[in-house]
Design a protein around this ligand. Structure first.
Ligand code: ADP
Ligand code: MG
Length: 685
């Protein structure tokens, strides 16, 4: 049978079952055989009862000696029986499965698999799995058993049977699209072998070979797809001309600080882009406080002195206003017309600003989402910048770029992503990294404490405030919640007001407040009119209050490491020693490990790498919104080496584009085209 035939062609798969399979993305035979196991269990072979030792897992066949009986013990129902073979007897116990009483009869032969332990000095198997004949085909010899991800209505057995009959039906029909040259150079087995062996591996070596081939393919097409996109969509000829450099050079000279060499390097790259043959599509990745704003500001100046407009979009009003202040400070030696465009402006103010923008009376627009609204039209927009890009959707970034005629695009991110991951995630952008903090930054002393330190923490807050400093406290929830006992902003604030001396000024902030209220509170804190700001993570983004020296994070284990790092970055922005206190009662090993990483390092790239290693890529802040595809079999962390290998191959192919037209690449080209159509739509930066 052809590999693209629907699975209903297989005997045993009717309409109803096919619908269930469709829910997990399986329509064709090829879909079915590329539905890969997520893990494997080792078949263990039969044991005799006398061979059973505590803590081992055993497969045992025996005769039921007594009808099972149930009894209630505290919250659970225990169901027990005993089985025997000709070498001995052993007890079996299950939790909360009283129906087994009906299912198992005295004298019946059963096969069970489970872990042995002592109970009342006698060996027993606890919660053993009762195996059916179909299971036994897998368990009774020592092969490796595939375990597939399931959906309601489909069990392991159903998938195994379906995969087996599909494999048989398409025997010898799986074409290998990878040219022999690439296959051999990278020591990869054939596609058909790989697919067969990933379902039925004879041993670990074979399984590893199979995975390596399939993972390689996933990474290869993904990266090649991105590279192709980058060329097709983004490489538009440079529409602009940036000859004047005087204002730029002057500003550079008069900056209140010397740029770090990382900042210089990134500026170089930006200027090369802006003067290059194609328009810029660049991501600046830099840790919190690494000084991305000044880099953006210099690019803005370059545009402005050549007669072009720029726009910078930030996720919050406070941040936009802060940018206005810092740009005004930097732009002393050049006469730039800067205007703010934010949601809280009145209709009239907005319309006035729209008109000025359209007439070219404004050089730089700083704003929030307000800048991508319909009425906003530019006269000659050449540079669009998005700050804190992870706070914006792809669509919003596109709208912004759409405000100009193929403008240069600069995107800034304060979420450090491990380099190799950045390589694939932002494969369609050029990436600059600011991997150096301005000199003289004090490290933020970080502590992890549990609830028993609460009084000492309170005393510490009071002490910092007496010294004239300010404090952030972050809670995971907005209001009290019945489902969990996590700290919430509202009751926490009330409690603090009672517990701390009355002259300490405390306010709260959360995402459900009206934007106007939020801004006012934020600004009062920034002006030093508040001592403590109790907040959800809304303060995570970019805000700069140098007088704040204390960051306290409640239920800290509930946050991602990248997020904790961002939050911590809110302090340590002035000359005073700053502190971050992570309060966590997490007892889990993982939770403790994550907290320890925060005390170990202040390097966002390091933290992101560790976060990735322990949690996988799914939860990394910002990645979810970025449209990161989920791979079928590849794992970005564990398969990093294969990723690099595939990257090299993708690069070679994309550089020598013509080879795709050669006969040996025909199948490959078709597969790539197909892949681009079905998988690449998500990426639209
Ligand atoms: P981020 O990269 O997090 O956006 P900012 O651009 O807000 O960081 O910069 C953080 C602070 O560091 C600002 O107060 C800025 O003026 C200052 N800064 C930036 N570059 C330098 C430098 N090279 N030397 C000293 N201070 C710098
Ligand atoms: Mg910033």
């Amino acid at each position: 049978m052809e590999t693209n035939k629907p699975i209903t062609e297989l005997s045993g798969i009717g309409k109803k079952k096919a619908q269930l399979f469709e829910k997990i993305g399986i329509k064709s035979l090829m879909d079915l055989v590329t539905y890969y196991p997520t893990t494997y269990e080792k078949g263990i072979g039969y044991s005799r009862i006398q061979e059973v030792k505590p803590n081992g897992t055993y497969l045992i066949q025996g005769e039921i000696m007594v009808a099972p009986y149930s009894k209630k013990a505290r919250q659970v129902i225990l169901t027990s029986t005993r089985i025997k073979d000709d070498t001995g007897e052993i007890g079996l116990t299950w939790f909360n499965q009283p129906y087994l009483q009906k299912q198992l009869k005295e004298g019946q032969m059963i096969t069970v698999m489970g872990k042995a332990s002592y109970k009342y000095e006698k060996l027993q198997l606890t919660s053993p799995k009762i195996l059916t004949q179909a299971d036994l085909n897998y368990y009774d010899d020592k092969t490796i058993i595939p375990i597939y991800p399931l959906t309601k209505g489909i069990n392991q057995k159903a998938i195994r049977l379906a995969v087996a009959s599909a494999m048989e039906a398409i025997n010898n029909r799986i074409e290998d699209y990878l040219p022999d040259m690439i296959r051999e150079a990278n020591e990869l087995i054939s596609l058909e072998d790989a697919i067969y062996q990933v379902h039925y591996p004879q041993n670990d070596v074979v399984l590893n070979d199979a995975r390596r081939r399939l993972v390689f393919d996933e990474f290869l097409f993904f990266q090649l797809g991105l590279m192709m996109l980058k060329d097709e969509q983004v490489r538009i000829e440079n529409q602009y001309n940036f000859e004047c450099r005087k204002g730029y050079e002057n500003t550079l000279k008069k900056l209140p600080f010397a740029l770090t060499s990382a900042q210089y390097n990134v500026l170089d790259e930006i200027i090369k882009d802006m003067n290059g043959s194609y328009n810029m599509n660049r991501l600046i990745q830099g840790d919190v406080g690494s000084g991305k704003t000044v880099v953006a500001a210099l690019a803005i100046i370059l545009a402005a002195e050549n007669g072009y407009q720029s726009v910078l979009m930030a996720p919050t009003e406070v941040l936009a206003k802060q940018h206005l202040q810092s740009l005004e400070k930097m732009f002393v030696s050049i006469d730039l017309r800067i205007e703010l465009l934010v949601g809280s402006m009145t209709k009239k103010e907005k319309v006035d600003t729209y008109q000025k923008i359209e007439a070219g009376l404004i050089d730089v627009v700083l704003g929030t989402h307000a800048v991508i609204q319909e009425g906003v039209n530019f006269k000659n927009l050449a540079l669009v910048i998005t700050d804190e890009q992870h706070r914006f959707g792809v669509a919003q970034r596109e709208l912004l770029a759409g405000k100009g005629h193929y403008p240069h695009v600069l995107v800034m991110s304060g979420t450090p992503i491990p380099r190799t991951l950045g390589l694939i995630l932002y494969g369609d952008m050029d990436v600059s990294i600011i991997d150096e903090l301005p000199p003289g930054r004090k490290s933020i002393e970080t502590f992890v404490v549990n609830d028993s330190y609460r009084n000492r923490v309170k005393a510490f807050i009071a002490k910092e405030i007496e010294a004239g400093r300010q404090c952030y406290i972050v809670c995971p929830m907005v209001e009290e919640n019945e489902e969990n006992d996590l700290k919430d902003v509202l009751s926490y604030t009330e409690k603090l007001k009672v517990e701390l001396p009355p002259h300490i000024r405390i306010e709260y902030l959360h995402g459900q407040m009206r934007p106007k209220e939020k801004n006012e509170t934020m600004e009062r804190f920034a002006r030093g009119e508040l001592d403590i700001l109790v907040s959800t993570t809304v303060i995570e983004v970019g805000i700069n209050v140098p007088n704040a020296t204390l960051m306290i994070i409640e239920d800290a284990h509930r946050f991602g490491l990248a997020q904790l790092h961002q939050l911590r970055g809110r302090v340590g922005r002035g000359g005073n020693q700053s502190y971050c206190i992570l309060i966590s009662d997490s007892q889990s090993v993982l939770g403790k490990k994550r907290m320890a990483i925060m005390t170990e390092s202040q390097d966002g790239f390091y933290i992101a790498q560790k976060d990735l290693e322990i949690r996988g890529h799914g939860d990394l802040l910002g990645l979810r919104q970025s449209g990161m595809p989920t791979f079928k079999i590849a794992n970005i962390v564990e398969d990093m080496e294969i990723l690099k290998q595939a990257h090299l191959v993708a690069k070679t192919i994309s550089e020598k584009r013509d080879i795709l037209q050669e006969a040996t690449y025909e199948n490959f080209r078709k597969k790539l085209e197909n892949y681009m159509e079905t998988n690449m739509s998500f990426i639209a930066l």
